[in-house]
Design a protein around this ligand. Structure first.
Ligand code: ADP
Length: 496
């Protein structure tokens, strides 16, 4: 049994730990999945913001014309791109993107003095006049656009160069667009040695401090790249996992409680089993004495010589009666203990003298040969209480038996009584071992035995339960004060 319980204990712990481990792993996988989804969505939003910012730059009027600076030359750039194919052993296609640059002074075109503030309409007219003059570009820049996937991409790339010349892409500008979209990010502008056409996106490089890293070429032909790093707060992932977390928590608590309850039930059953064995052993021990006395008496009755002597005959009858009384008392004690409800215990209330009853308890007490017991009966002889005589005897008898059992060689037992308005308190004190404070709250509980004091002493933990039940059947209560090594004092309070 012991071994099985130990195995069950180990298995229960392993089961709880494995379950917790599995749940944690599952939660981790779920978290990674949610983080992945979150980051992909964030990457899309970042891409949209970059696109939006590029669009703003493309559609905003040229910075220098807008600013109206006196040296401002209306710089008109015209994108242009060529596709050439070389035929040899193999056909080789090269794409060249060309930016033609035309520089004109808006003031010259309009024929106004430099420093004159220009209206929007004037700027527009200047732009139109400049476009008409595109036949004579002042400069041109040629880019190798062979890396572009198709003509469309090359065309878009040269437009980005044009846009970059007009309104340069800045970290602050992108930051304000991202901030508007509610995205916090660190932005870094970089210039690569060669052309970069493709985006680089790196997802959660760390599980607990995740970051999304996006690297986008905003002007591929010029090798200009913007690096965007968005730190992610893991707690922003949790709301999406709320239902999962609740389910995991509930299932974990249920399963753990279930396993712990199962194990504690097994322990309880084991304790009950031990109690049952102890109970049977004590019962056999208690019944042995009156049964062997009866056996002796019956053999005496069969002995004609003993029967011929009147004194011996009377002695045998007296011993038989005592043994039967003991048995009967023992059985009524067992019966009373098995009552679940104290009101079911039959009472025969009458006026009794606690002093006289304690005296009869002293007379009936069997004192072990290795002990010296001194009784002091300080209960007022004139005190009369309403109680069941037999029950009051049993109550005091139990307390006296315990006082002798849980004490050293020399025992002093004192009985006293105090009368209050409508109650009487009867106290039985001893100078015995005392009850340790951890046992005190439990000693009136059925089958409870004090760990240290009960040790090897006989008993099944029913004596004080019996006392409590009988006192409660009278409508009273029982209490104890005790100091280990000094003694205990049990007080029963009976209503009057
Ligand atoms: P049992 O004597 O069979 O163990 P009881 O219900 O009579 O059962 O007592 C319960 C426990 O209370 C005992 O095991 C013992 O530890 C403690 N106890 C009872 N009476 C005394 C006493 N007078 N002094 C010290 N301990 C006591």
């Amino acid at each position: 049994m012991e071994k099985r319980i130990k195995t069950l204990y180990v298995i229960t712990i392993i089961a709880i730990l494995s379950f917790m481990g599995m749940q944690t792993y599952w939660l981790y996988v779920r978290y990674e999945y949610s983080l992945d989804e979150y980051e992909r969505h964030l990457a899309d939003r970042v891409a949209q913001c970059v696109q939006e910012y590029k669009h703003i730059l493309k559609t905003t009027s040229p910075r220098d014309v807008d600013s109206g600076r006196n040296d401002s030359l209306g710089a008109i750039t015209i994108p242009h791109f060529q596709l050439s194919q070389h035929y040899g052993d193999t056909v080789r296609t090269t794409r060249t993107a060309k930016l033609l640059i035309y520089s004109y002074s808006a003031y010259e075109l309009l024929g106004v003095a430099p420093d004159t503030p220009l209206t929007d309409e004037q700027k527009h007219i200047a732009y139109k006049l400049a476009v008409n003059k595109i036949a004579a570009p002042t400069d041109s820049i040629v880019y190798d656009a062979s890396g572009a996937r198709d003509e469309n991409e090359a065309w878009t790339a040269i437009q980005y160069v044009q846009s970059e010349r007009k309104n340069p892409f800045t970290a602050q500008g992108l930051d304000s667009v991202l901030a508007k979209a509610g995205i916090a990010a660190e932005i870094d502008i970089e210039r690569a040695d060669s052309m970069v056409w493709n985006d680089v996106v790196r997802y959660h490089n760390s599980v607990f401090a995740p970051e999304l890293f996006v690297s986008r070429p905003y002007s591929p032909l010029e090798g200009r790249i913007v690096n965007i790093t968005c730190p992610i707060n893991p707690f922003s992932i949790l709301p999406g996992m709320f239902s999962t977390l609740i389910i995991v928590a509930v299932v974990s608590v249920l399963l753990t409680v279930c396993l712990v309850l199962q194990f504690s039930t097994v322990l309880k059953l084991k304790r009950l089993d031990r109690m049952r064995n102890g109970f049977i052993t004590t019962m056999i021990h208690e019944l042995k004495r009156p049964v062997s006395t009866l056996k002796m008496c019956v053999s005496g009755l069969e002995n004609e010589r003993m029967m011929a002597d009147d004194d011996t005959k009377q002695e045998i009858f007296a011993q038989t009666r005592d043994a039967l009384d003991n048995l009967s008392a023992y059985f009524s004690r067992l019966r009373d203990i098995t009552f679940n409800n104290v009101e079911q215990i039959p009472l025969n209330i009458m006026s009794v003298s606690p002093h006289a009853i304690f005296d009869s308890v002293i007379d009936a007490t069997h004192i072990p040969s290795d002990k010296i017991v001194k009784f002091t009966n300080s209960i007022d002889t004139s005190l009369i209480v309403s109680a069941d005589q037999t029950h009051l005897f049993n109550i005091l008898n139990n307390l006296v038996e315990n006082a002798i059992k849980y004490s050293g060689k020399e025992v002093e037992i004192k009985a006293s009584a105090t009368v209050h308005d409508d109650t009487v308190e009867i106290s039985i004190s001893d100078n015995g071992n005392g009850v340790p404070s951890r046992d005190l709250p439990h000693i009136f509980t059925r089958f409870y035995r004090g760990k240290a004091s009960a040790g090897n002493l006989p008993g099944i933990g029913l004596g004080l339960t019996y006392v409590r039940l009988l006192v409660e059947a009278h409508g009273g209560s029982v209490d104890v004060t005790s100091t280990v090594g000094k003694g205990s004092c049990f007080t029963i309070t009976l209503p009057q």
